[in-house]
Design a protein around this ligand. Structure first.
Ligand code: SF4
Ligand code: SF4
Ligand SMILES: [Zn+2]
Length: 158
């Protein structure tokens, strides 16, 4: 038999746990939204779009809004595709291996996120995608920083 006061204690503990999890999810959501990355493993900080705050934010451009990978990860409640049991699905694999050089960063990025966590990855990406002379953010295909430093940018595909 469960005594009433024990039963009440159970309800109170369950309630506290639920509120704690809600706060945790809320904080995690805010952190993710500010991270400037896509669930696909692309670092949005090096994208160069000026009308978008990143694929996990609420302020995205129209291309991002239509992205099937972003929708799929969102529907599965996943921050990143590397946490999906279907990873890498065909859609993601085809995207990772198409003709755009910046897409080739997705696989190593996702593996890094899986092994080291997203926060460390973002920190590293911010360092990698900033000018070594002036510290300004640089973009995947940018040939010269605004300070004049030549950059080792990829070539745009034909
Ligand atoms: S594939 Fe989708 S989620 Fe990834 S960067 Fe492009 S728009 Fe964002
Ligand atoms: S790996 Fe594929 S199936 Fe899994 S969330 Fe990403 S896009 Fe969706
Ligand atoms: Zn610079």
């Amino acid at each position: 038999m469960i005594y009433p006061h024990i039963f009440n204690l159970h309800i109170a503990v369950d309630y506290i746990l639920k509120v704690t999890m809600d706060i945790y999810d809320f904080k995690r959501g805010l952190i993710m939204k500010s991270m400037k990355c896509g669930p696909c493993g692309l670092f949005c900080g090096a994208c160069g779009a000026t009308d978008c705050d990143g694929c996990l934010s609420d302020n995205t451009d129209d291309l991002v809004k239509q992205c099937k990978i972003r929708k799929c990860a969102g529907d599965r409640n996943l921050d990143f595709c590397c946490h999906c049991s279907h990873y890498p699905c065909k859609e993601l694999h085809d995207f990772m291996t198409d003709r755009w050089p910046h897409h080739w960063t997705m696989e190593p990025n996702l593996e890094y996120i899986r092994d080291n966590g997203a926060q460390k990855w973002i920190k590293d990406q911010k360092r990698i995608w900033s000018c070594s002379s002036c510290g300004a953010m640089i973009y995947w295909y940018q040939k010269m920083c605004r300070c004049g430093k030549q950059l080792n940018a990829w070539e745009l595909p034909e």
